[in-house]
Design a protein around this ligand. Structure first.
Ligand code: GLY
Ligand code: MN
Ligand code: MN
Length: 451
């Protein structure tokens, strides 16, 4: 780990400590994820917990961060796996507490096996426990045991925490605003993912199978150093594009099909989430182009709302208006049945062809953390929060046409989504995935390029 990175992680721990102190102080417990057994001695690929990583940069399993923030004491403590030369022959390098303490900038580090002895000591005479219950049942049980041990000493005058605060809630608000290192990492994730989309466009040919394009995506991710996909890639040809969470990626792609690809890599723990839709034969049909340009116009309308001060939901409303107008113009929605654009929005008639939201926060997790609404403002019906500099959102409108009576047949089975990753800046936004071919002309030009 570079010195600069380490300082970023320490600064986040210090920030969390100051938030804890503002609430009267206490002890925070933040575990990483658990390794999951797939079968026998075979585990799923390990992915550290995002909260834990955000505060440490440490990627080994079996680790817990403990932050002590009382009036007269402050400490950043890491529990991690002991050095073990024998295990390292099988599983590879592990830091061990001594090296981890220095490398990751903690005040102290101990072997994870010592946590049962240390935690009752650390929790003694603590005002508040900053811990997220009901996330890791296994750890909940341990925390209860530690608290019982402290409580057992109450006759000796030892105090036990009387309040538990959901520490994730505090970290959520921190994670919502990306710092410069996070933005640089997310830019890299988006650039690699965009290159993967362009590669899929260039290699696509009628007769291929969806998984062949998925292989091109994965090839580009790994070739450029991304550690994994950020989520299961959707490669959906023809009618499969109308299945919103399609992931089997097994079907053959026929001449004349559109291919919807929703794929992004995870680079240094940060996600990209990009969708592009293109004709496998390299040329949009008139019907495909008509709907494509409506979705694109709706995305531009939502992008115009991606700026500080706009409410989170403004982009969705703007996109829905353009999409609904397009549905009326093309006859997807029958004016005689649904009325004006306002009527069709009010009655939710547009949901026949656009049934999902227009985006989400993105960061360490593809659907990242942070509140979307002011849940405490009941009087105003929990209004959506304002966008602010440093937030990163996706903008991903679409149209999905399933065959139905009254729906012009030329549009049947067309599914289109266009998704970009958008950083809110002081004066508007910056599109992290801007290099991914997007307009009809850009996509057709990319597809003409030889690989
Ligand atoms: N790939 C998941 C999403 O677009 O939200
Ligand atoms: Mn997506
Ligand atoms: Mn998305």
């Amino acid at each position: 780990m570079s010195q600069a990175n380490h300082l970023h992680f320490s600064a986040r721990r210090q920030h969390l400590i100051s938030l804890m102190q503002a609430q009267g102080g206490g002890v925070a417990i933040i575990p990483t994820a658990r390794e999951l057994v797939r079968n026998n001695d075979n585990t799923f690929p390990f992915r550290h917990d995002s909260y834990f990583y955000y505060l440490s940069g440490f990627t080994e399993p079996d680790a817990v961060i403990v932050l002590v923030a009382t009036a007269d004491e402050q400490a950043e403590i890491l529990f991690c796996r002991q050095k073990d030369v024998e295990r390292e022959i099988w599983d590879g390098f592990r830091y061990g507490p001594e090296a981890a303490q220095t490398e990751f900038g903690f005040d102290a580090a101990y072997a994870i096996d010592d946590i049962h002895q240390k935690m009752p000591e650390l929790l003694a005479d603590t005002h508040k426990l900053f811990y997220s219950t009901a996330v890791e049942p296994h750890l909940d049980t341990q925390v209860q045991q530690w608290l019982q041990e402290v409580r057992a000493k109450s006759r000796a005058g030892i105090g036990v925490p009387t309040t538990t605060v959901d520490v994730r809630h505090l970290i959520d608000e921190m994670r919502l605003y990306k710092d410069s290192i996070e933005i640089a990492t997310m830019q890299r994730a988006a650039s690699i993912s965009g290159a993967a989309h362009a590669r899929a466009m260039r290699t696509a040919t009628p007769g291929q199978f969806e998984y062949e394009l998925e292989a091109e995506l994965l090839h580009e991710f790994r070739r450029q150093g991304a550690q994994s996909p950020a989520y299961g890639a959707i490669v959906a040809a023809g009618a499969n594009a109308c299945v919103l969470h399609y992931q089997s990626n097994q079907a053959q792609i026929h001449d004349g099909d559109l291919v919807l690809i929703d794929a992004g890599c995870e680079f240094d723990s940060y996600a990209a989430d990009i969708t592009r839709t293109f004709p496998v034969n390299g040329k949009f049909s008139p019907a495909q182009k008509t709907l494509y340009d409506i979705v694109l116009a709706s995305q531009y309308a939502a992008l115009a709302c991606a700026k500080p001060g706009a409410r989170y939901m403004d982009g969705h409303h703007a996109a829905v208006r353009v999409l609904t107008q397009g549905m009326l113009d093309t006859g997807l929605l029958d004016k005689n049945l649904v009325g004006s654009v306002d009527d069709a929005i009010a009655s939710l008639a547009y949901r026949q062809f656009y049934m999902h939201g227009t985006g989400h926060w993105i960061g360490l997790d593809v659907h990242d953390v942070g509140l979307y609404r002011d849940i405490h403002n009941i009087a105003e019906n929990k209004p959506y929060r304002h966008l602010q500099e440093g937030m990163v959102i996706t903008i991903e409108p679409g149209i999905y046409v399933r065959p139905a009576k009254n729906v012009p047949e030329e549009f049947w089975h067309i599914g289109i989504r266009i998704e970009d990753d958008i950083l809110i800046t002081s004066d508007g936004h910056h599109n992290l995935s801007r290099d991914t071919p997007k307009t009809v002309a850009e996509i057709e030009a990319e597809m003409r390029r030889a690989t």
